[in-house]
Design a binder for this molecule. Structure first.
Ligand code: FMN
Length: 349
């Protein structure tokens, strides 16, 4: 049933299809696609959270926290809602979402369309949390104080989140990726930690990074985040590069590219991050996952957890069962009892 619905939705323009999907999820009951799966070898306790398996839905799908309860019911181990900006904002003019179907990829330049903090807080309060709920914080385009925006989000949503992600890596908000420095991040990290203290509620803090940094900038950032004892890093957001899709009609469209063409770029970055962080920081691998093998590779590169988005758009909810079964087969083939045994087993020397 889900695969038919997914095919039908792909006949519509991409953003319309997405909006209808959100409405369907809001109004119709869903069933758990991995209900009968034994998840024993996939479970992990990380940073005080219990993950029944390593796959979460990446930020940007449930931008306004409207359907995370249903996504949890479908079978995701965790869902990251957002990015949420303090004030509501429209984002970039439409069209701003493009399919590269031949590559199972997407280019988006939404530019943080967000219904804002008030709306999201309301949604997060009224819905049952059916899985681990991460909240991805963004900033308004016209803000006069970038750090303040992230702190406003943390202050408002601290009681609704299982973890926070500071998103300084979307390519569609001017200046956002410039915040990937120690100078810019220190007041944000310190400020969010203070808010947690004031509310007597300490939850894990992740930083989501871009795969387009120079090697030097990336190394400095990972070293800084490790020194700061940040809980986790999400690697990665979308790329402005066009590796492997150069000849596609939509290739020149401005925005962030996601899906399989992003995979090698973000996997290599994950390996480099693991070399620096060596288990002291939890790494979440994100970018181009569409099979169990893709997940296996990210775990070996150093990720404890993974997130996907684009493959869910193309394949629908059944992807969850398929990739978990594929991962299970790979574990059996290699005599692995629990995924924790392979994390970081393929480092760069
Ligand atoms: C349409 C779309 C919207 C996105 N919006 C956000 C967002 O608001 N915040 C964010 O941190 N990442 C956002 N992302 C990036 C994804 O969370 C993810 O990092 C990226 O798509 C790579 O994963 P994938 O190849 O599995 O899609 C978005 C991605 C897509 C395709």
């Amino acid at each position: 049933m889900y695969s038919l619905a997914t095919k039908a939705l792909h006949l519509l323009p991409p953003e319309t299809a997405h909006d209808i999907t959100i409405k369907i999820l809001q109004w119709l009951p869903v069933y758990n696609v991995i209900k009968n799966l034994d998840l024993q070898e996939f479970s992990q306790d990380i940073l005080g959270m219990h993950f029944k398996h390593p796959i979460g839905l990446a930020a940007g799908f449930d931008k306004h926290a409207e359907v995370f309860n249903k996504l949890g019911q479908l079978g995701f181990s965790f869902v990251e809602v957002g990015s949420i900006t303090p004030k509501p904002q429209y984002g970039n003019p439409k069209p701003r979402l493009f399919r590269l179907t031949e590559h199972q990829a997407i280019i988006n330049r939404y530019g943080f369309n967000s219904k804002g903090l008030e709306y999201a807080a309301n949604q997060l309060q009224k819905q049952v949390h059916t899985c681990i709920t991460g909240i991805n914080l963004g900033k308004n385009k016209d803000t006069s104080n970038d750090a303040e925006d992230f702190l406003k989000g943390a202050e408002k949503l601290i009681n609704q989140a299982d973890y926070f992600t500071v998103n300084v890596s979307s390519p569609n908000t001017p200046g956002l990726r410039d915040l990937q420095t120690a100078t810019a991040l220190l007041p944000i990290i310190t400020g969010i930690r203070q808010i947690m203290q004031q509310h007597s509620r300490t939850i894990p803090l992740f930083i989501k990074v871009s795969p387009d940094m120079s090697l030097e900038q990336e190394t400095t950032l990972f070293e800084f985040l490790t020194e700061q004892a940040i809980d986790g890093i999400i690697i990665s957001n979308t790329t402005t590069r066009r590796i492997g899709v150069e000849t596609h009609l939509n290739s020149a469209i401005q925005g962030g590219l996601s899906g399989p063409p992003l995979r090698a770029l973000s996997n290599a970055m994950l390996q480099r991050a693991y070399k620096i962080t060596r288990g002291r920081v939890i790494l979440m691998g994100c970018g181009g996952i569409s099979s169990g093998k893709d997940i296996y590779e990210k775990l070996c590169a150093g990720a404890n957890l993974v997130q996907l988005y684009t493959a869910f758009v193309y394949q629908g909810p059944s992807i969850l069962k398929r990739v978990l079964l594929e991962l299970k087969m790979l574990l059996v083939k290699n005599g692995i009892k629990n995924i924790t045994e392979i994390i970081g087993s393929n480092p760069i020397k």
